[in-house]
Write a protein that binds this ligand. Structure first.
Ligand code: PLP
Length: 433
């Protein structure tokens, strides 16, 4: 049965985007499965673009939130002290920050990814008294003023963006080219034309930009350089954080300690809006109310957020499971990539944000449509939409993960296989998925 999209098509703005790839009206969801209003099920590899790391209606978070609501507890609290905010801070402190030796203060900013980036850059500008910011090719930091100016995509920046931003090549942007050395040279040379920046803003793994992974070594050198010049290093962990790369923070694998860390998307546990800026205490120089906003006290999000921290990030089996699922995805995608070398360049990404880079964005688009028809919701990323991006829930069962990947393999087979390629692919993938 075709979905009735007339209300959306007639009344909703043309700005709508993801829904154009998935012409269904979704009504229910549980774990890693979405159901449309006709009752058709889909495996979800989109996961609210990374806001649903613990799956839809995560049972632990949902129960905690339902109990909380049933007790007429405080729902909206601006930035008043609330019991649930205290419980979140205590859980985050004891489960995430203290075991890693981090001493960050926690600022609750307005609840989106773009707003936590705005706050981070604003603070860096205040602390340093400087305006320029370094951001990277293919970076994605959101759609509001400052965040948009740091976002690489021309398509996204065309409506509005303002600087000052100096764009540098991300790690691996040009083969064999080292952008940290270039940045160092620019900073040393008073005539380079690059003003000493307030901050360097970087993703440890670029999600929207094409699943580009910064090497630990590059991140470490960036940390050293920024420290040497008194530049604040801001890690945008909005997408790569909250376990997406296999560890809570994507930068942990480099052993660095950024000055500021931005979290949003999955920090709210159940897909509820919430964002957190982690601030090195030395830089916590806000005056009271200087970075204000109404919606910084979403207590349902605090409750869900604390619950998933307690349930998952103290559970060794969950953390081990992330590495196992990472390997499961890598093995299966390698088999697919090997089977279709004429279409697929190779694997991208890390942890549970991996994908396949195709030679053409047209291939990815056709694949997304074919996957949807077979019951898989999966999106693309990269400057030409050429990377098929798998973002399953961290809590996905290995069998459901395998089911989704087999749909991808079957669709590649349907779209791209020559007769010789067709022979080996099914076996190779089902052996790994
Ligand atoms: C790394 C990164 N930063 C910032 C954002 C912006 O987040 P939001 O869409 O919640 O404003 C995103 C969104 O995808 C992101 O991936």
């Amino acid at each position: 049965m075709n979905a009735d999209l007339s209300t959306f098509e007639q009344y909703e703005s043309s700005a709508r985007s993801y829904c154009r790839d998935f012409p269904a009206v979704f009504a229910r969801a549980k774990g890693s499965r979405l159901y449309d209003e006709n009752g058709r099920g889909y495996v979800d590899f989109l996961c609210g673009a990374g806001a649903l790391n613990y799956g839809h209606n995560n049972e632990y978070a949902k129960q905690a939130v339902m109990e909380y609501m049933a007790g007429d507890n405080i729902m909206m609290s601006l930035d008043l002290h609330s019991a649930s905010k205290r419980a979140f801070i205590d859980a985050f402190q004891s489960i995430i920050l203290a075991p890693r030796g981090y001493r960050y203060r926690i600022q609750f900013t307005s609840p989106t990814g773009t707003s936590v980036l705005e706050s981070a850059v604003k603070l860096a500008r205040k602390v340093t008294g400087r305006q320029n910011v370094v951001a990277f090719t293919n970076g994605y930091h959101g759609m509001s003023g400052v965040s948009l100016s740091m976002t690489g995509s021309r398509h996204h920046r065309q409506a509005m963006a303002y600087g000052p931003v100096t764009r540098m090549p991300y790690d691996g942007y040009i083969d064999g080219f080292d952008s940290v050395t270039l940045l160092r040279r620019f900073l040393e040379d008073g005539s380079s034309g690059i003003d000493l920046p307030a901050a360097v803003v970087v993703e440890s793994v670029q999600g929207e930009g094409g699943l580009n992974v910064a090497s630990p070594e590059w991140l470490r050198r960036l940390r050293e350089l920024t420290r040497e010049y008194g530049i604040l290093l801001i890690l945008d962990e909005v997408q790569a954080g909250c376990g997406r790369t296999g560890r809570f923070f994507g930068f942990e694998r480099a052993g660095i300690v950024p000055d500021l860390v931005c979290l949003s998307k999955s920090i709210g546990g159940l897909g509820l809006p919430m964002a957190v800026l982690l601030i090195d205490p030395a830089h916590d120089q806000w005056r009271p109310g200087e970075d204000n906003g109404t919606f910084r006290g979403n207590n349902l999000a605090f409750v869900a957020a604390a619950e998933v921290l307690r349930r998952y990030w103290t559970d060794e089996a969950f953390i081990r499971g992330l590495a196992e699922k990472e390997q499961q995805i890598r093995n299966a995608l390698t088999a697919i990539a090997n089977a279709f070398p004429r279409h697929i360049v190779g694997l991208r990404g890390l942890g549970l944000m991996q994908g396949l880079e195709f030679r053409s964005g047209d291939d990815t688009s056709a694949l997304i449509d074919a996957c949807f028809l077979r019951g898989l919701v999966v999106e693309s990323c990269g400057p030409r939409g050429q990377v098929l991006k798998l973002m399953p829930a961290l809590t996905i069962e290995p069998s459901v993960l395998g089911e989704g990947i087999e749909i991808i393999a079957a669709c590649c087979h349907e779209l791209f296989a020559t007769t010789t390629e067709a022979a080996g692919i099914s076996e190779a993938v089902s052996a790994t998925a």
